[in-house]
Design a protein around this ligand. Structure first.
Ligand code: ZN
Length: 214
């Protein structure tokens, strides 16, 4: 999960721009607008959202999920993050040979322009499948689906942290660690208290929110 520095050009961005903050007291409604390169199973989408919701639950953020399509105008939210899911999000889809976690191939990334982290992230389903294939050669379909969705959720939560906190930094915490450790494939990530505090503060003036972090 590395940060890729790109010039940000996206037509959809204008349509999905965040509205002004409505209240600093209500939990901010965060629109997570997901665009799939290839439409996955409804079960994958459901489990992915449930797992990411569970990771962010301690923060109190109100994550509102939307699947982007060409013919639909996105809703209005306090904050918006666009998530591009590349490849086929299916652990049983034929993949290239497995790839180890320490190969330095990113599983996801957040866009950065002129040093500013943008609310536009990418999750690479193909590379995630390759990591799972490397680790679970002889697992059952059920096991690989569970492992796959757990890793995809972890990668998505990591990129959401970059986008929501507008930081390119990494820390040795579950959600901000990069690269991942092999053991990270087996357990659910948890937010740290400082991360929860930073997320609770994202609707306040930016300097105040960042001051709560390391
Ligand atoms: Zn990262």
């Amino acid at each position: 999960m590395t940060i890729r520095i790109l010039v940000f050009v996206s037509l959809c961005w204008a349509a999905a721009a965040a509205e002004p903050v409505s209240s600093r007291f209500a939990p901010p409604r965060v629109g997570v607008l997901v665009r799939f390169e290839r439409r996955p199973s409804s079960l994958f989408v459901k489990v992915l959202q449930q797992q990411v919701d569970a990771i962010f639950r301690p923060s109190g953020l109100d994550l509102q999920w939307e699947t982007l399509s060409q013919n639909k105008q996105p809703g209005s939210y306090d904050r918006v993050v666009i998530v591009e899911m590349r490849g086929v999000c299916n652990p049983n889809w034929p993949t290239a040979p497995g790839q180890s976690l320490d190969s330095n191939v990113p599983l996801g990334w957040a866009m950065v322009n002129d040093g500013e982290v943008l609310p536009y992230t990418v999750v690479d389903c193909h590379q995630i499948a390759r990591v799972i294939a490397d680790r679970h050669h002889d697992s059952t379909r059920l096991t690989s689906f569970a492992t796959y969705t757990r890793l995809a959720s972890r990668v998505l939560a990591h990129e959401l942290m970059h986008a929501l906190l507008r930081t390119a930094e990494h820390h040795q915490s579950d959600c901000m660690r990069s690269p991942l450790r092999p053991s990270d494939l087996e357990v659910e990530p948890r937010l740290q208290p400082k991360e929860i505090a930073a997320l609770k503060g994202i609707m306040r003036p930016r300097g105040e929110a960042l001051a709560q972090r390391d």
